[in-house]
Design a protein around this ligand. Structure first.
Ligand SMILES: N[C@@H](CCC(=O)N[C@@H](CS)C(=O)NCC(=O)O)C(=O)O
Length: 221
């Protein structure tokens, strides 16, 4: 039995999707960011910072999405979702796991400023502007990488795409993707995957974003 600790439209979607790609069923335990369920002592015993995803599988309990993606892909080498150790492709795979978290932490900071602060006047327009520019820089880097190739590692889909995929659907709340045609094509390619669609069906409704786009506020606004 596999149990995934999950918040809809959060980084735990990466794992839900990867499990579908691997043909593995799981029981989903749902949490909400705002109701205190992630601070329950039973959950903190599994994930010490109270973050999702966490995965329980064959007696193994793991948190950190990058570690879970790598571990699941390594445990199922026949699925071909991770390059062999010691190869340049493996180095690129690991690099993309890390890059996905660089990008996700910027999205997370923008979520805090735009959505989760109880008093929105506490948000700093300067910090939001800088963070948005830093997010745009990561997207521009990804655009250059994806020009002329279908997936992060080249022609073939890999576990690294499930790490990055979550970002590509969250980033447009803060940075429009119009200047990034390769990224838009990549998003459409990911979305068309049957495993992605099965995962979306199981994901649940996202509760954070009430607008399609959150612009950088004017300084002093
Ligand atoms: N580096 C961690 C980050 C996990 C993380 O921050 N998850 C967010 C959801 S996207 C979360 O659980 N937030 C709850 C909170 O900050 O209280 C990972 O990749 O698993």
């Amino acid at each position: 039995m596999i149990t995934l600790h999950h918040v809809p439209f959060s980084r735990s979607f990466r794992i839900l999707w990867l499990l579908e790609e691997l043909g593995l069923d799981c029981e989903i335990r749902h949490y909400r960011i705002t109701d205190g369920s992630l601070r329950d002592p039973a959950f903190l015993a599994i994930s010490p910072a109270g973050r999702v995803p966490a995965l329980e599988m064959d007696g193994q309990v793991l948190f950190e999405s990058g570690a879970i993606v790598q571990w699941l892909c390594e445990a199922h080498p026949g699925a071909g979702l991770i390059p062999a150790p010691g190869t340049p492709e493996r180095a690129a795979f690991l690099e993309m796991l890390g890059f996905a978290e660089t990008m996700a932490s910027l999205i997370e900071n923008l979520n805090l400023s735009h959505i989760f602060l109880r008093d929105p006047s506490q948000a700093s327009p300067v910090v939001i502007k800088l963070t948005t520019a830093r997010l745009a820089a990561t997207l521009a880097g990804l655009e250059r990488r994806l020009a002329g190739q279908d997936y992060l590692l080249g022609a073939a889909f890999s576990g690294a795409d499930t790490m990055m995929g979550f970002n590509i659907f969250a980033a447009p709340y803060y940075v429009k993707l119009d200047p990034y045609p390769a990224l838009q094509a990549y998003a459409a390619r990911l979305e068309s995957r049957p495993a992605f669609q099965r995962a979306r069906t199981r994901d649940g409704e996202q509760e954070f974003y009430v607008k399609d786009f959150y612009p950088v506020p004017e300084a002093g606004a």
